[in-house]
Each structure stands twice: as C-alpha cells, then as structure tokens.
Design a protein around this ligand. Structure first.
Ligand code: NAG
Ligand code: NAG
Ligand code: NAG
Ligand code: NAG
Length: 421
C-alpha cells in the first residue's frame, strides 16, 4: 500500500490517485503503479511533453440543485478542451472509488476527496484522458471531462441521512450526474458531433447505469456510446457462501435510495438490488457499449471469490499475490467465477454493435493509466491494446471487436510483460 499512498502525495503528480478500491490491490499491482509513478516523473516522460494537469471546476449552483457531495460541498469535474478534428467530440469519464454502504462508511468519506470537494485538487490526465496521440491514439484531441466521485453510490442515489452525531449526509449521486451533464451541455456538449461516456470500477458501473440516459440527451443522428472498464460486478458467492457484492450493493441501494436510475423493465419484475448488477442492467441498455474487464478481475477475486474473512488459513493470499502459487482448487474457484462472468456476458455477445475486451490478466481498471491503456507493455488481445480495441469498435460500429481471453492455466503472454509473472 505504501506506493499507492506515495502516489497520492507525490508533489510531481498533483492528484494522481488510483480510483479503485485499494484494499484489494495485489503487491504486483502496487509494483505496476510504482512503475507508472516512476515513469511519470522520469526525464523521458518530461521530455515527451509537460504533464497534462487539468484544473478542478466546481459545479455552479450545486447547493441550489441539491447536487452535492456526501458532506454537502459542491461536486466537481475537470475539463480539457478538444482541438483539431476532435473539437466537437466529447468523452465524459465518471471516476470510481468503491462505495459506501453504511452511514459510518459514508461519514468517513466526508474527510476525503471521495466525499468532499474540499479535498479535491487539479489532476493529471492520462490513459483514455491523455491529449497525446502516442498515448491515446483515438481520443487524444477530444473534449475530455473527468467527473469526480464524491457520492459513494456510483452517481445513482438520491436521499439524505444523518451520521451518529447528527451531522447531515447527502446521497445525491443522481443529482450530481444530472447537474454536471447539464452544465457540460452549456459548455459545448450539447452540440457534440459524437460522445462517449466512460468510467472504471464504481465509475464503470455508473457508466452502465447512465448509458441510455446519456444517449437520450443527444439527437438521434449523433453517435453516442458507452465504455465500462472493470465495472462488471457479479452477484456470486464466496468460499464461505456469502455474497459480498450483494451485501455492499444492498446497503448502497437502500441507504442511498437507488431506484430512479434502474431500468424500468427490470424493476417491474425484480428487486432493485438485482437491477443494480450489470448482468441485469445490460439486458436493458440499447446504446452501443464496450465492456472491458478481466475475467479474473483482481478486485472481485480478492473480495468476492476469496475475501479475507472467508480465507482463515490465508492460503489465498499467496495465490492472490502470485498466480503461479495457486493450488488447483484455487484455480478452479477462479475459473468458476470466470465461467459465470462469461455466461453473464452472453447478452453483450449477442448485441452486434457492442464491444468486448475480456482479458485474463488479473487486474482492475486499465483505461485510466498510460501503460495499461496503450503502451509497449500494455496487455493485448488479438494483438491490440485496449486503446486500439476500443478505437476499432468505435470506428467500425463495434463489428469484430469481441475478444475473450483464454482460461487458466493458459496465460496470455502479454500479461507477463506487464506483471512480471
Ligand atoms: C462526529 O463524529 C465523528 C467521528 O465519528 C467526528 O470525527 C466528528 O468530529 C464529529 N462531528 C461533530 C460535529 O461532532
Ligand atoms: C456493507 O458492506 C460490508 C462489506 O464491505 C458488509 O460486510 C456489510 O454487511 C454491509 N452492510 C450493509 C448495511 O449493507
Ligand atoms: C510463490 O512460490 C515461490 C516458490 O515456492 C516462492 O518463492 C514465492 O515467495 C511465492 N510467492 C508468494 C507471494 O507467496
Ligand atoms: C502486433 O502489433 C504490432 C504493432 O501494433 C506489430 O508491430 C506486430 O507485428 C504485431 N504482431 C503480430 C503477430 O501481428
């Protein structure tokens, strides 16, 4: 964890935070992040261009609209203007950072940038948000927006609460979504010639939740698409029979009153909690969507397949730290997870204009980082980096980009260049 913490406070990198649940980060991922941090501040990177530091913009009239962070402060985003042929193209990225499912949890977030804009600063754009063609071959010159995550509920809730000592808590993710998109509309999004809604982890789930709504804000002839990275959370049992994601999501759905954002056809038949899971959500999404996820997503393997509490002998820690040290039973459990995942994706397979990039590299969130999005050492499927696969899907209407990696013990060799396995 030391490196991730170092990343947060590095003076060279204004606020370069991993936007995913850090509790599940495996040591090799920390190495990977360390590598990213080193290369960010290396002379080579500086020579290649100055860091793309993008200022924070606080939402105007936030309080008036009740569109506020957990602590009542205004939400915020970062906007970098497009140029050249990308001048009228827009990418809106929703940040992730797990969820808070209890009053205590949400209350704790008030003192961080995940619950209050008081703690937010300028950030550096990279990966899918980079304005360098070499790092971001397709979207580099688009208008790029990064929406900060400060509601703890994937931009989906609408409620108020009180913490133990009576301080108000605001669960206004849905209003934040609405208000930020409205404000961006006035800044040029309304006349976009094309648009992409993206996000990773809790933000990847948010991109699915809001995909059709985003689409509906543009004229029919404007191409609008969605990209969800590592947002495909599964409702499966762990080793001890508990359903980890369900226990978190049920807290989020009830505490934060998540309802309006859920597909009507789903909640007509099912409990709201079920409709919050991507396996159900994607059945209702009619907008072309790209799903990028590892079939062995490290967050879900760490928390869903084998969470700390369900692993008394710690036999999973060795396996989670290094795939070569997994027992055959452990590989079997992970493959069982992958099987359910691939099964749930059949719906997406059948939609002709959807894209899939399901690698087997044991990772979480690849679009926000330079080396994982598009670099010499990025993982590849069909010899394409994630950036190239997304671009092919985007340009070609999705046809032909449905990549699903092999199952363990087969290992994609491009995982190894990245992870030193
Ligand atoms: C409320 O309780 C938290 C600890 O749970 C504490 O940090 C905070 O200062 C308290 N706030 C007030 C207004 O008492
Ligand atoms: C909140 O999530 C945790 C897992 O992080 C789970 O153990 C707990 O039961 C959940 N509580 C509620 C109220 O949803
Ligand atoms: C994995 O196994 C190898 C050989 O048994 C050992 O050297 C290494 O420390 C193990 N790694 C972990 C993370 O346990
Ligand atoms: C894979 O792609 C790279 C460049 O993107 C190319 O140089 C290389 O020849 C390709 N390899 C194969 C086997 O197609």
């Amino acid at each position: 964890m030391a490196m991730a913490t170092a990343l947060r406070s590095s003076p060279l990198v204004p606020q370069h935070r991993p936007r995913f649940p850090v509790s599940a980060v495996a040591p090799w991922l920390v190495m990977l992040l360390a590598l990213a941090a080193l290369s960010c501040s290396s002379p080579v990177a500086v020579a290649a261009g100055s860091p793309e530091v993008v200022e924070l913009t606080l939402l105007a009239n936030a309080q008036e609209k009740g569109a506020v962070c957990l602590d009542g402060s205004p939400p915020a985003y970062h906007l970098q203007r497009g140029f050249g042929s990308g001048k009228h193209s827009w990418i809106v990225n929703l940040e992730g950072g797990a969820w808070c499912n209890t009053t205590e949890d949400c209350s704790d977030r008030r003192m961080t940038d995940l619950g209050s804009s008081k703690f937010m600063k300028a950030i550096e754009f990279e990966g899918i948000l980079s304005n360098k063609r070499s790092q971001n071959p397709y979207f580099y010159n688009w208008n790029k927006v990064d929406v900060r995550y400060c509601d703890g509920g994937s931009f989906a809730g609408d409620a108020e609460g009180k913490d133990r000592n009576g301080t108000k808590l605001f669960f206004r993710g849905l209003r934040i979504w609405e208000a930020v998109v409205d404000e961006l509309m006035g800044k040029g999004l309304a006349t976009a010639k094309q648009a992409l809604l993206s996000g990773c982890s809790a933000g990847g789930l948010a991109a699915l939740l809001h995909c059709d709504d985003f689409r509906a804000r543009f004229p029919q002839e404007v191409p609008v698409k969605c990209l969800s990275d590592s947002g495909f959370f599964l409702d499966v049992k762990d080793l001890s029979g508990e359903r980890f994601m369900r226990s978190i999501f049920s807290g989020v759905v009830h505490l934060q009153n998540v309802r309006e954002v859920l597909p009507k056809d789903c909640i007509a038949e099912k409990e709201p909690i079920e409709c919050f899971f991507p396996a159900e959500l994607i059945k209702s999404i009619s907008t072309p969507t790209f799903i990028r996820n590892s079939g062995y997503d490290s967050y879900q393997v760490g928390n869903v397949v084998a969470p700390g509490g369900s692993d008394p002998g710690q036999s999973w820690s060795r396996c989670k730290a290094d795939i070569r040290n997994c027992t055959s039973t452990q590989i079997e459990a992970m493959n069982e997870f992958r099987k359910e995942f691939v099964e749930a994706l059949k719906v997406a397979q059948c939609k002709s204009n959807w894209g899939l990039f399901i690698d087997s590299c044991f990772n979480h969130c690849q679009t926000p980082f330079r080396i994982t999005w598009h670099s010499q050492i990025s993982l590849r499927l069909g010899n394409k980096t994630i950036a190239e696969a997304v671009a092919d899907w985007y340009v070609g209407g999705g046809h032909g980009v449905k990549e699903i990696d092999c199952e363990y013990p087969c290992i994609n060799p491009t995982c190894s260049s990245q992870l030193d396995l």
